[in-house]
Design a protein around this ligand. Sequence first.
Ligand code: SF4
Length: 270
Amino acid sequence: MAVREIQAKSMLQKSGLPGAQYVVNPYVGCVHGCVYCYARFMKRFTGHNEPWGRFLDARVNAPELLRRELARRRAPLEGAVFLSSVTDPYQPPEARYRLTRGVLEALLDHGAAVDILTKSDLVLRDLDLLRQFKTCTVGLSLSTLDDALARRTEPRATPPTKRRAALQALHDAGVRTYAFISPYLPQLSAGIEELLEALAGAVDEVGVEALNPSGANWAGVEAAIHRHYPERLETHRAAVRDAGYWAALELQARQAAARLGIRFTGFYRH
Ligand code: SF4
């Protein structure tokens, strides 16, 4: 798949996301190909004809442009910069383009705080930078720790067992870490307690996001279940729209996190 190189007009954007005042997206599109991708609505703004997940634009001036934007500011940034909101900052082409690394170098020089969320263990490449930030949090998102399931639902992302290993390596290096169980997939993800137990010792915090049962997010999941696990489809459909199911899951997650000494940052429902 070809990567198109483009010039961005702006990099630092105000964020409406909880806990992050700004976002930086060094890429447009995402090649990880998650069947439930929440960012696919972005396609209509890209000018691409290929399906979402099959194109990527590299904003090759991202580090330099961000440096200029930061230099124009008189005051330090208040709050954290989140990487990234509608792309993954560590997709495979980042190994070659090093745009996320350049962005981190600019933010580090400016004294900014960062919050990174990815599905790739490529984030470990930048551990030398991450350790230098005064405030830095790194999250790996997972919907399962089963590599075979992830090959069907997140085909080009780092296998989740390696993501868990990346969290451990970051945590052991002194970086604040979190797991974002996103989305939790009824009838596919393991039990929430089992997931949290497997993450204990590697994360400081955990948050959980319920699968969004509307729009293209859910349609992709349904197609994957229909293809690979047809016997689970009806119970999955019933659970996704059952408020009681999600309430029970939230309670289990909160209780398991408290027992394991992991800070629970929230349960997000749509
Ligand atoms: S890693 Fe995130 S942005 Fe990329 S395809 Fe998966 S859900 Fe979408």
